[in-house]
Design a protein around this ligand. Structure first.
Ligand code: URA
Length: 288
């Protein structure tokens, strides 16, 4: 009985053209993965380590050409150090416990904040070490001119670290929520609480994940209405993607973006891939 069924199946498959067979295999793959097949502009990307490419090797997410990106967007800083690679490599891991996710992401956030302060250095100076003169960079801006604006909820994860590095910094909050009903997941404004006089202030806008760029764009519009200059806005994020960067620079070309990493894919549900999942849920431990 089984043998008859198996040989019938073999005969039917033999009659299907290879193209149709390939197409139906791809459709089955999409169905099995609940439509989450990942496609980049160059090639199919596999999330499942059991799926192999033509050369019988696991396919990974492509990486971005960092130098090319920074040439295209001169106000973009993508940190390209081994320490960033190591820490991002740790927090992407889906099996990491909440306490470790927090521990490693805080270490990474510190590096991003230091990088943003360095990006804002505007003069070269000569100082003296115990052994002689050396050239370095510094900033003429007062630390009290900095204001951190966290986009709730995930942006709050960066506040402790920024206070450790710039103790006099003032802190503002903007509460936005993604409209989960809309295809574009547009942000909806709920609330802000910002320092009263923002004119002339240097703003560190904080949100660890820059996916579609919608929340950052809306926050920047709020800041501009309060008298902040576009060139005084520094958007600090842990992982970004080109969709967000392109959107933000096309609207606000003079702002600066400092990101530890830029990922290649923005999924239809507006999550970044390979990304790290929902940053807020992982940092605050709200979804197990
Ligand atoms: N927010 C997240 O927490 N993760 C993403 O991948 C995108 C937005």
């Amino acid at each position: 009985m089984f043998n008859t069924f198996a040989s019938g199946l073999r005969n039917s498959i033999a009659k299907i053209s290879p193209v149709k067979l390939l197409a139906s295999t791809a459709i089955c793959y999409i169905i099995l993965n609940k439509g989450k097949l990942l496609v980049s502009n160059k090639k199919m990307l596999c999330r499942d380590k059991s799926v192999l490419n033509q050369d019988n090797q696991t396919e990974y997410f492509e990486t971005i050409d960092i130098q090319e990106m920074m040439k295209t967007y001169p106000n973009l800083t993508i940190m390209n150090t081994k320490s960033v690679e190591m820490l991002i490599g740790l927090i992407r891991d889906k099996n990491l416990e909440v306490k470790d996710f927090r521990f490693y992401s805080k270490r990474l956030l510190r590096l991003i904040i230091e990088e943003a302060l360095a990006v804002d250095c505007n003069v070269e100076i000569v100082r003296e070490s115990p052994l002689g003169l050396y050239k370095t960079i510094t900033s003429t801006h007062k630390m009290s001119d900095y204001v951190a604006v966290s986009i709730l909820r995930s942006g709050n994860s960066m506040v402790d670290e920024i206070v450790n590095i710039v103790p006099e910094i003032r802190i503002g909050k903007i509460l936005l929520q993604r409209d989960e009903e809309s295809v574009e997941k547009n942000p909806i404004f709920y609330f802000d609480k910002l320092p009263s006089d923002l004119k002339g202030k240097r703003i560190f806008l904080l949100d660890p994940m820059a996916a579609s760029g919608g929340s950052a764009a809306l926050s920047i519009e709020i800041l501009l209405k309060k008298g902040v200059k576009e060139e005084d806005i520094f958007f600090l994020c842990l992982i970004s993607c080109e969709v967000a960067v392109k959107k933000l620079f096309s609207k606000f070309p003079k702002m600066k973006i400092i990101t530890a990493k830029m990922d290649p894919v923005l999924l239809p549900n507006k999550y970044i891939a390979p990304g790290l999942g929902d940053f807020g849920d992982r940092f605050y431990g709200t979804k197990m």
